[in-house]
Design a protein around this ligand. Structure first.
Ligand code: GAL
Length: 966
């Protein structure tokens, strides 16, 4: 008779942090003690409930030969081609009933099994620790049949003493992982729910007399230039720092002259902690973080955070990141002038912090805590205000602080994210302040700053930020004394974020504003065989928040989005300002906007462009300015060739030598200064329109005599040219559901701007012009746009002047205003204007005036959810499909192989199939972008108002392409 007992799974719903684990301590890699990685292929069995299977699989000799396999670290839902369930995405809603601490009976449970031998040189003496760096969300562990404990706290390490259980060969490590647990209530971050052993599993030999826990205190006194080092260690030993001639006992302070650590100058001293049984490498950065005079100061200087929020993400591996990916993140941040990272919303893999120490980033290390879903019930039963949960909260705080306390890059501890307020948070803050007085405490939910050392907010609009900067925001007495940061702002969902430069201007203007952290670093798109990248809802989730999970500055494959390029420009650490009073002999004002570094690492260049072509270039002599200093630097006299055409200067700051994060020549900052203005194209109307058989001919063009529609220009078929006001709404146009009165996406659709009717009034063949009068208006509405197309020619060239006059009471801005038409074919595009990437009125700081070339396909920006994209700003002329088009004034240029309607209807990039033709938009105006998907809409100055407008385009044969054809 076989007999099965239902194993007790009470621990799953127990609010306590767990049992059996060792106390938390610093995370380090020993120089000499052995370790064994247990990463790799594990046997795997998935059950639908927590108690479906008994624990016999944990016993030695169990035959798991019939089980599947998964890779550890990994999430089972991202493995097995769908056989192991699927990811679920919710922003703040719990995907299960809010009934704390209970979780659903349907609780996917993954049994993991790994049999291993100890390496032959594994020492027989000493102890052994088994470390899990991250398991979501609750695990129970057996080694060789012995239950060694269970734990929660997904993105935190848990260690177990296992030496007494190990044998040289055939060890059986069994780990039962439950997707849902009481811990899930504390882990309601806006991200995919991804169960699994997603960080490393390691066996660590602990020789007798080895290091246990230690705390490196390394401060810097900016008044003396000295650093003080004291290493507290649970096990006595010596601290060696050869470069500083330090050899002291643990616990002993020593003060010596040092170079300080900052994110800009990440000087690390290699050292060692030596105990009787072990040597542990130390990487020491001397720096002092303080709240001084109402400001966050490091080494005596106020810091301006140019930050990002980083979730761990890889499109195939989820949060199981490899070292290369972590390094790539840090390199990309450094190369884009980012100086800070908030580890939203949990401590990252510890190796990421090593990289921040080494390459230089300020870090807000955030605890693995969010209870946002309780907002749905007005925060009733919120675990952070319920004493029963406080031990779990304190456990999480301790596991973060103890693990990461030796990283100089960490300057703030954050209690968590969006967890309301409550006694548990206060207890965490008190514990952290007591344990580590050398860093500051952050938590955004605490608007009164009861527990925190900084006033932090998310998505405050520009006007409120300004008010805070001017100290007119009121608040508690304590808050009024504190500096301000935006721990999240500028929501980078889809096309955007707009308005970055306007925020940066405020941050730079008011001392109290110490910068912010863009939301967020990377789109969490999941690589998908049919959809390209999947987002919420693509796995049939019961509840989901769609593509709100794709709101990063990087696309899922880590290609920088235009938003990142814009951010790089907006926060560049060298500012160039032109002297507009003197148009030919230029002076450029160079300002060092670093907080710590001088400009000695940079080389400077100037170049002079005429009509977008560089005709002269050279090195610019800039003194090695200290932080905050400026100098007026004279530009050389431009040569005579410059006269008559549009001309201007470009200056650049580049790395003078290779650094750890970018190669020599990497452009850090740039500026452009016009000299001579562009001569506008002129076409004297010397040719008459001639009416023929169903056709009107005017210079190089033919028109339909009945409709006045242009048919061909210079022999090129031009179809369907007409006024266009619609764009495929962006995530920011659509706005977040909680924003009401300015969600233009829906308001525009409601007005009917996506289905305008074009009523032909007259086609007038005049003396020197063909004039077509129309009225463009949506069904069911009285508003309209009287639109006149006036065509003239000098025989070679054709000029179209479009005059638009709004009629009726227009209450809304327009998405865009311009013309669109179709070309039979076009591949290569050349233009003189802004580039290389897309730009919109409030996202165009990074748009550099130059001559650019691209294919039509490369003009597209691959937003995971397709939407308006790819406009190039300030275009003087463009050549494509056999035509050259000049603008009067400059225009926005867009070309794509599908219509705006197809783009608007697409939900994934794979919905867009290129047609045979190319659709071209030439716009006089574009509405701003803003960041209303979770923040402010475009500022008023970026609104495209429905006002009278007139703009012209001059069409001619693109000689270059004709000469290629001929
Ligand atoms: C914040 C939250 C983030 C994310 C963001 C919107 O409220 O802290 O986790 O949800 O909004 O993308």
């Amino acid at each position: 008779m076989s007999f099965r007992t239902t194993p007790s799974v009470d621990y799953v719903e127990d609010v306590s942090p767990g049992s059996g684990a060792l106390p938390p301590r610093a995370w380090y890699a020993s120089s000499d003690a052995k370790s064994l990685s247990l990463n790799g292929s594990w046997r795997f069995r998935l059950s639908a409930t927590a108690d479906a299977e008994d624990d016999s699989f944990a016993a030695e000799g169990y035959d798991a030969g019939g089980w599947a396999e998964v890779t550890v670290p990994g999430h089972w839902v991202l493995q097995g081609d769908g056989a192991f369930g699927a990811p679920i995405y919710t922003n703040h809603l719990y995907p299960f009933p809010v009934d704390p601490p209970h979780v659903p009976t349907e609780n996917p449970t993954g049994d993991h099994l790994r049999v291993f031998d100890l390496p032959s040189d594994w020492p027989a003496d000493g102890g052994v620790v088994l470390r899990f760096d991250g398991v979501e969300s609750c695990a129970r562990v057996w080694l060789n049949g012995t239950d060694i404990g269970e734990f929660k706290g997904s993105r935190l390490p848990h260690e177990f003493a296992v030496g007494h259980l190990l044998k040289p060969a055939g060890n059986v490590l069994a780990v039962r992982v439950h997707q849902w647990s009481a811990g899930s209530y504390l882990e309601d971050q806006d991200q995919w729910w991804l169960p699994g052993i997603f960080r490393d599993v390691t066996l660590l030999h602990r020789p007798a007399g080895s290091v246990l826990d230690f705390f490196v205190h390394a401060s810097y006194d900016h008044t003396t230039g000295e650093g003080t080092l004291r290493v507290e260690s649970d096990v006595d030993g010596r601290v060696l720092v050869p470069a500083l001639d330090i050899d002291v006992a643990t616990g002993e302070p020593v003060t010596v002259g040092v170079l300080p650590w900052t994110a800009e100058t990440p000087k690390l001293y290699d050292g060692e902690l030596v105990t009787q049984g072990e040597r542990v490498p130390l990487r020491i950065g001397f720096r002092t973080v303080a709240l001084d005079d109402g400001l966050i100061k490091v080494n005596g200087e106020p810091v301006l955070f140019k930050g990002v929020n980083r979730h761990e993400w890889h499109p195939e591996k989820g949060r199981a990141l490899d070292l290369e990916t972590m390094r790539e993140d840090v390199l990309l941040m450094k190369r884009h002038n980012i100086n800070a990272v908030r580890t939203s919303h949990y401590p990252p893999h510890p190796a990421f912090l090593d990289l921040c120490d080494e390459l230089g980033l300020w870090v807000i290390d955030e605890c693995d805590l969010e209870t946002h879903g309780f907002v749905e019930q007005d925060w009733r039963d919120n675990p952070v205000d319920d004493d029963r949960w406080t031990p779990a909260l304190l456990d999480r705080a301790a596991r973060m602080v103890e693990r990461d306390k030796n990283h100089p890059s960490v300057v703030f501890w954050s209690l968590g994210n969006e967890a309301g307020t409550g006694r548990g948070l206060t207890a965490m803050a008190e514990w952290i302040h007591g344990r580590d007085s050398s860093r500051l405490v952050h938590y955004e939910g605490d608007w009164n700053c009861r527990d925190t050392d900084v006033y932090s907010r998310m998505y405050a609009f520009h006007d409120e930020v300004e008010k805070i900067g001017r100290r007119l925001d009121g608040g508690t007495g304590k808050r009024r004394e504190l500096p301000f940061i935006q721990c999240e702002y500028a929501h980078a969902m889809g096309n955007g974020p707009g308005g970055l430069a306007d925020y940066q201007q405020l941050f730079e203007k008011y001392d109290r504003l110490q910068g912010g952290f863009i939301w967020e670093w990377i789109d969490h798109g999941v690589k998908h065989p049919e959809l390209g990248y999947a987002y919420g809802g693509d796995f049939g989730e019961e509840l989901h928040d769609g593509n709100f999970v794709c709101d990063g500055l990087l696309f899922p494959d880590r290609r920088p989005s235009p938003g990142l390029v814009e951010y790089k420009k907006v926060v560049e650490p060298v500012r160039f300002e032109g002297d507009s009073t003197n148009s030919t002999v230029g002076t450029v004002r160079v300002t060092n906007r670093h907080d710590f570094a001088d400009l000695s690492a940079l080389a400077f260049e100037w170049s002079y462009q005429v009509d977008g072509e560089t005709i002269e270039a050279g090195a610019l002599n800039v003194p090695p300015l200290g932080p905050g200093e400026s100098a007026d630097v004279k530009l050389p006299e431009p040569s005579a060739q410059a006269l008559g055409d549009e001309s201007g200067w470009t200056v650049r700051a580049l790395l003078a030598a290779d650094t750890a994060w970018a190669a020599k020549g990497h452009v850090v900052a740039w500026g452009q200064f016009p000299v001579a203005a562009r001569p506008l194209p002129s076409v004297p109307p010397t040719v008459r329109p001639v009416s023929g058989e169903g056709l009107i001919t005017l210079g190089p063009a033919t028109f339909d005599a009945r409709t006045g529609a242009v048919n061909t220009i210079a022999g090129v078929l031009v179809e369907g040219l007409k006024l266009d006001v619609w764009r495929a709404t962006t995530d920011n146009d659509d706005g977040a559901e909680w924003q009401t009165d300015t969600r233009y996406g829906a308001l525009w659709r409601n007005l009917g701007l996506h289905r305008m009717h074009h009523r032909l009034e007259t086609v007038e063949v005049g003396e020197d012009a063909l004039t077509v009068r129309t009225r463009v208006a949506p069904a069911a509405r009285e508003v309209g746009l009287s639109t006149v197309y006036r065509w003239t020619s000098d025989g070679d060239r054709l000029r179209l002047t479009v005059s638009v006059g709004p009629e009726g009471d227009w209450k809304l801005p327009l998405p865009r205003l311009g013309i669109r038409f179709q070309l039979a074919e076009a591949d290569r595009v050349k233009w003189f204007g802004g580039g290389p990437g897309e730009a919109y009125p409030d996202t165009k700081r990074a748009s550099m005036l130059d001559r650019w070339e691209s294919s039509v396909d490369e003009l597209q920006t691959p937003y995971v959810r397709p939407q308006e994209n790819g406009a190039r700003a300030d275009v003087r002329w463009v050549e494509l499909g056999g035509l050259r088009i000049e603008g009067d004034p400059e225009f926005w240029f867009t070309a794509r192989r599908w219509t705006t309607e197809q783009l608007d209807a697409a939900t994934h990039l794979t919905d867009l199939t290129p047609g045979e033709t190319v659709w071209v938009n030439l716009d006089h105006g574009q509405h701003g972008i803003g960041s209303q998907s979770c923040g402010p809409g475009p500022l008023p100055q970026y609104h495209l108002r429905a006002e009278s407008a007139e703009f012209s385009f001059v069409f001619s044969a693109n000689e270059q392409s004709n000469s290629l054809i001929n």
